[in-house]
Design a binder for this molecule. Sequence first.
Ligand code: HPA
Length: 320
Amino acid sequence: HASQTLGHFVDMSTIHLLTIPVNCVEGGSRGRLPLRHHAIHDPMRKTQIPVPAATVQLIQSRCPVIPRVGLVLGSGFGGLIREVDVVRRFAYRELPGFPVGSVAGHTHSLSLGHWRGLEVAVLEGRSHYYEGFELDEVTYPVRVLAGLGVQTLLVTNAAGGIDPKFRPGDFMVLSDHINALGANPLRGPSTAGLSRFVDLTEAYDRRLQQHLRAAARQVGARCHSGVYLAVSGPSYETPAEIRAFRRLGADAVGMSTVPEVIVARQCGLRVAGLSCITNAAAGLGGANQTVSHEEVLETGRQRETIATRLVAAFLDRLAR
Ligand code: HPA
């Protein structure tokens, strides 16, 4: 269990042995150092991420589904995949350019299939900035979904509640976000055909927000609207940070979603965001509070059934 808890710190699956010229190595190493492949400082690294169209072609050559709706299933939302009539499932490691993360509680695959009348693409698990991936790697799957034909994207996550009326187990429809990652996925060379100066004045589609709120009412889930603030993590916040974020206008805090949403907007997708509030943010949970990954996963597990019903009711509305 300890190795599960420590997840991305100890998982050796992404460790590759590279030969480093001896004159580059301090301290008399024999010239072989373990480096995580994504942590190599290489000014040419961009060339190692395939253009999304290449991966799109590979997927299309193996699966005829043309998805219109994309779903990113974060912690606590994984149950939805059991409702999808999956035509083809790809492990991320089969797909060039897809970052393979290692956080406990996340599986990593792209499934294409049908949900009632809708053709869907489901990303289970995601990779995070805190794992050491660059944001262009984190957001690569979103570019591929757009290339496959996705027009509407629902991004889900677990988040800490900052608004004092939020209780663990509640849901929050994202009305807006604050990017406090200190990084932007669009930084770097511009993408041919796409503007890098992306408008985010209405990042989260109003109509989709209404659909999410109506879906929550329909399944009887407590649900709010609010602003999601993204931090890089992986440490949780201090109470002082949470007080500061509250004054900045944040209602919930998490370590994902914002990069995907920025890229989705660049690709012209209609975006919806939904958080499961898994815990009170630091300092807001009473006298002896601690914030832990276990608590986040546990609340997510407890709310998975209702989260699945909520998303299903949302998809129902899209299908109408
Ligand atoms: N902080 C940051 N990320 C989170 C939290 C939190 O409290 N809960 C779930 N993801």
